[in-house]
Write a protein that binds this ligand. Sequence first.
Ligand code: GLC
Length: 440
Amino acid sequence: MADIIDELTQAFAVSTQQLQTISANFQAEIQAGLHGKASSFKMLRSLLPAPSANLKGDFLSLDLGGTNARAVWIKLLGNGRYTQKGRVSAALHTGSRDYRDAGTQAHELFDFLAALLTKLQPSSPDGYEGLGFTFSFPYRQESLAHAELVTWTKGFRTNGVAGQDVGRLLSEALARQSLPQIPKLKAIINDTVGTLLTAAYSDQNTGIGSILGTGHNTCYLEPRDPRTGGPMIINLESGNFRQLPVTPFDEYLDRESNKPGQQRLEKMVSGKYLGELFRLILGHLISRRQCSTTDIPRLLQVPYSLNSADMSIILIDSSSNLRGVEAWLEQKINFTSSTMADRTSMKEAALMLAKRSARLVGATYAGILRHIDTTLSRQHTIAVDGSLYEKMPGYRSYLFQALQETLEIKSPQITVKLVQNGSQIGGAIAAAMAGHRQRV
Ligand code: GLC
């Protein structure tokens, strides 16, 4: 048993040397992408610089995430402060309806989103100054309220959206609802941009915004955008980075995915894929006769049946006989006779995946920091949102450790900050910036 687990642990380990190589390659690809050369990054310009702390007003924010959509009323108070006044959320997948499926037409998805805005409780009696739409996918933007989807990611396949202007699709859906309360769409942003804006509203050192949830991506504040010469937040779509040390499990997952070859970093680090890698490893342990059962439980035969929340349940269990893992095995995958050895190797498997994810991501942040401040002479805040960073036991410290290791510093000048609901608050900030002609 130990041998196979040791082998796996080694295959999933990322050494300091590898971290530094990844970081240097990441930095080189930013440089290349910025100057129009071949790069795995899409370098999507947000048309926004950092926000002023003085923005004020009532805004409506609509957020389409990987699994839910949310509508939120945000009041920006100035001085980097805000409050959330109303909120409604709905799952994209309920019963037999899945708005992410190829069977769903664009107008059905956007009607669902527009209808969500009408369900907000409480809503502002005085109306709103604008609507911000957080659309967490790669798109190209020539103006703030228009955005053309380049390609779906995170397994979305809704028909008729790729190549289209999601600003137009949303505005048309809002018109179909014909509600006087709904303000004009002012800005479309990516969730990473929302996270950066939210942190930067109160902290001027913020130069990086990142999501570690269902998907993974990072944006940063480019000090000198080649087109304008000024500061500009750029969405890297860093999940597509691919100069990475992969295992046969990663190759298999990629081959079986609906977009082989794409989003290779995301497929090694984000919640949607970590659960799947975990399922593949558990299946491997059983089929290599490393478990007290030789039958692969039914659930483990179903792709994407596990998620990162399952891994968190396992990682949090520090009881001497791993009772929490035992209960999870019984309840979730109907494996009722696990031994302590089974449970230990399962915990090891979850740990190696969580660590690898955090270390790879830490190396990418180091690459960006080197790009924006070669000598690391300033304070930097990295704003992160998402369930992995927020909830996975140990994740934050593995990430910070990797950042320090990569940069070869004890990094007192680097802060990694959890920014909850950055996607929605950032939507409001972007809408306010559009109103204040802060565009670049
Ligand atoms: C996917 C999307 C990206 C988004 C990320 C996190 O990688 O392509 O735009 O920021 O998920 O939600």
